[in-house]
Every structure is written in C-alpha cells, then in structure tokens.
Ligand binder design. Structure first.
Ligand code: ATP
Ligand code: MG
Length: 393
C-alpha cells in the first residue's frame, strides 16, 4: 500500500502543542529522518489527528500546557497502539520529567541539547512495528461497469495467491458487494463493525473480524445491512486498509464499479489497479471515462493493469481496438466460460474447484505474475494491432 506523502524509510511524526520556534528546532534536529507536519496540532485535536494519521511518533510540547500534555499521554497510548511518545521542553525540570514518564512518554528532550536523543527515539520508533516495507501490497480491482466480472476476478485471484501468500479480500462494494456470497461464507463481522470501533482498531481486532475460506483466503465482508456509500469517508477506509495492509501480504479490494469516496481513496493508495473491462463498447467507453477521471486526479496511469474479461475471439472488439481506445496496454485477458463461472458462483466455490482446466481459471492463475513478479503483461494475452480509436473520441 502506498501511503501518500510518506518517504520510504522515514518515520511519520505528529507534533502537538509546540510553538513556531519549537517546530523549527524539531525540523532542524530531524531533517529528512522523519515526515514532519507543517504545523503543530492543538492538544484538543491530538487524539483525532493521531488516529487518522497513524504516525510512528507523537512529540508533545510540555511548555505550552503542561497539564494537557500529561493528560494526553495515557489517552494516546490506549487509543493508538504502537505509538511512541516523546515530551519536548525548553527546560529540564525533574518534577516534569517524572510526570512525563508516569504519563507514558518514553523520552523527555530539551532541544537543541538533546538532539541526538530525539533522533534516536524517532529512529527506534520506526524500526519497531510494521514499517512501510512490511506492509502488504494493495491491489484495487475496479470494474468499468456493473457485471464485468470484478468480484469473480477478485475472489479467484485471491484463491490463486493464497497457497503461498497471506491474502485478504476486502469487499468495498458496500451496497452491491457479494464477495462472501461468491465464496459461500457467512461472515459474523463486516467492514461496518470495524468502522464502529475505528479508534480501537488493530491487527487483533481485524483478524477477529475476517471470515476464512477453505482456500485460506480471508475476507473482510461488506456490511450485512445496506449502507449508503457516502456514509463511509475516505479517511475511514484508509484507516481500515492501513491495518489490513499491516496484517496481510496481499490485500485485494473489490471496489465494484461505482465512483465514490471509499473506492477513489483506495485506488489513490493502491500499489496496482486492475481495471476490468469486457470487450464491448459500453464497457470500454466507461473504462475510458474512469481513466480520464483518474488522470485528472493525478493518478499514475502506469499503475493500471487493464484486464479484458469474458474474452473470446471474433467478438465485438479486438484487443487492438481496446488498447488504442484507452491508451493503456492490455495486461491480461480472461477467457469467457459461462458454464464454469455460473457453476462456481451458484455453489459458492472457486473456479478451480469446479474445473481445474477451465480457461477462465487458467487465465486468472496467470494473472498472479502481475502481482508477484511485477509483470506488466501476461504472456498468453495476444495482441493484434488494428487501430479503432475513433470509436471513443
Ligand atoms: N470470464 C467469464 N466468463 C463468463 N462469465 C463470466 C466471466 N466472468 C464473470 N462472468 C459472469 O458475469 C457475471 C458477473 O460477474 P461478477 O459478479 O463477478 O461481476 P461484477 O463486476 O462483480 O458485478 P457487480 O457489478 O454486480 O458487482 C456473473 O454471472 C459471472 O458468472
Ligand atoms: Mg461485484
């Protein structure tokens, strides 16, 4: 998962209750070793900011409001697991140092004298716990329109990866999602339960909320009750995905085809976006609109892998038509095989369990290399060159 604004190898820091001079000293001391905020957060906003930013370290000023700084210590510790707390002051005061230690602050630093101490605390905070390098890959599976096969691909791709990787499928298609049904699972908890306890969300709570399929695919299901997409903010989705990516090696998010905050946020931080199209005009046209939107939002198009599902030769469009219309190469084709697909969906099983030799299962199996080897095109995907670009202009 790509955390926006995060420099690889640098700790993320939130600063609370520090004036401009203090901010300057912190910046001077930490340099490029940390991702620093542009300004200090007021004490009363600190918990909320720490919960959403999930920093490695919170540096709290002890001079502006000593009592607030002490009160914040245990609060941050209990609500944001794994956080390192550092107290900062302009003067050494044994009474205050003891109060800071009792409140859970690991270090009490006076700048610029204790610069080395602050640098060390930040460095160590970053090496403990899940770092960005430890985080799983986030793969967003996005449909160009309804029914193109987003869920079928998300679930079966996860099943192909699960023998060797810890994989979790997150159903982000809140109103229409059906990942659990595709795998014949009866989830006891869902995404919505995690949203209700976001402030306490950690890896243990997550693993208690997923449902496990015999293929070893873990599923974070969509809410049992219908919820409006707009009720879930991008920030909430980000918090959940961060914990999922800290827990699993591969996270496959079934984003469905609707454009709303949760899925826009997911694609913004995804390592790869699998854009699923069918070889027909409405589907490709919608993919074109989606790509344009992503481009307008500054999304890096090189992270998109175009998947042509329900592919069969002699259909409405050729692969060359699709590529030249979208300006993106086809990364993989997935063969049309309605008999096996329907049998799998109706019995809640994965394609390979129905028919090991199904061409659809074979093609989804080949897609694994897009994720594990960084391939940009699956070898079997033929590509004919026959421009047809006027269709979508
Ligand atoms: N490769 C394929 N060959 C034949 N049929 C397929 C293929 N892929 C998907 N289908 C069929 O298309 C239908 C829709 O599949 P699926 O539910 O995965 O799509 P979706 O994009 O997730 O749809 P929704 O928008 O409803 O979430 C299913 O009936 C499925 O059997
Ligand atoms: Mg679906």
């Amino acid at each position: 998962m790509r955390r926006q604004g995060l420099i690889r190898g640098a700790a993320q820091v939130v600063v609370v209750g520090v004036d401009a001079r203090g901010m300057g000293l912190i910046r001077e001391c930490l340099g490029t070793e940390a991702v620093l905020p542009t300004q200090s957060t007021p004490y009363h906003d600190a918990l909320e900011v720490a919960q959403s930013a999930r920093p490695n370290v919170v540096i709290t000023g002890f001079d502006e409001d000593f009592e607030e700084a002490v009160r914040l210590g245990p609060l941050l510790q209990s609500q944001v697991p794994g956080l390192q707390l550092v107290a900062i002051s302009e003067k050494t005061d044994p009474e205050r140092i003891r109060a800071a230690m009792r409140a859970g602050y690991r270090e009490y630093v006076v700048l610029p004298e204790d610069s080395a101490l602050l640098r060390q605390a930040v460095r160590e905070s970053h090496s403990s716990g899940a770092s960005v390098e430890d985080q799983g890959q986030l793969i967003a599976v996005v449909g160009s329109k309804g029914g193109v096969g987003t869920t079928l691909i998300a679930t079966n791709l996860a099943a192909e990866l699960s023998p060797v990787q810890r994989v979790c499928v997150v159903d982000l298609d809140f109103s229409m999602g059906d990942v659990a049904a595709f795998l014949d699972l009866q989830p006891k908890s869902s995404f919505q339960d995690l949203l209700a306890s976001l402030s306490r969300l950690d890896q243990r709570m997550l693993t208690g909320s997923v449902t496990v399929h015999p293929s070893k695919v873990h599923v974070l299901a969509q809410p049992t009750e219908l919820i409006a997409d707009e009720m879930v903010s991008g920030d909430q989705v980000l918090q959940v995905l961060t914990v999922v990516a800290d827990t699993y090696q591969i996270v496959i998010a079934d984003c469905g085809c609707r454009i709303e905050e949760a899925t826009l946020t997911t694609t913004a931080v995804a390592d790869l976006v699998l854009l699923v199209v069918n070889p027909d005009v409405p589907s490709v046209k919608n993919a074109w609109r989606r790509l344009n939107l992503m481009e307008r939002q500054g999304f890096d198009k090189s992270l998109v892998r175009l998947i042509v599902n329900k592919w069969r030769k002699g259909g409405e469009l050729t692969l060359a038509d699709i590529e030249s219309s979208l300006g993106v190469p086809v990364a993989a084709t997935v063969a049309y095989d309605d008999e096996t697909c329907l049998a799998a969906i109706n019995s809640g099983r994965i394609l390979r369990e129905i028919d090991k030799k199904s061409p659809t299962a074979r093609d989804i199996g080949a897609m694994v290399s897009l994720i594990t080897e960084g391939a940009t095109r699956v070898e079997s995907g033929p590509s004919e060159k026959k421009p047809f670009s006027w269709l979508f202009k």
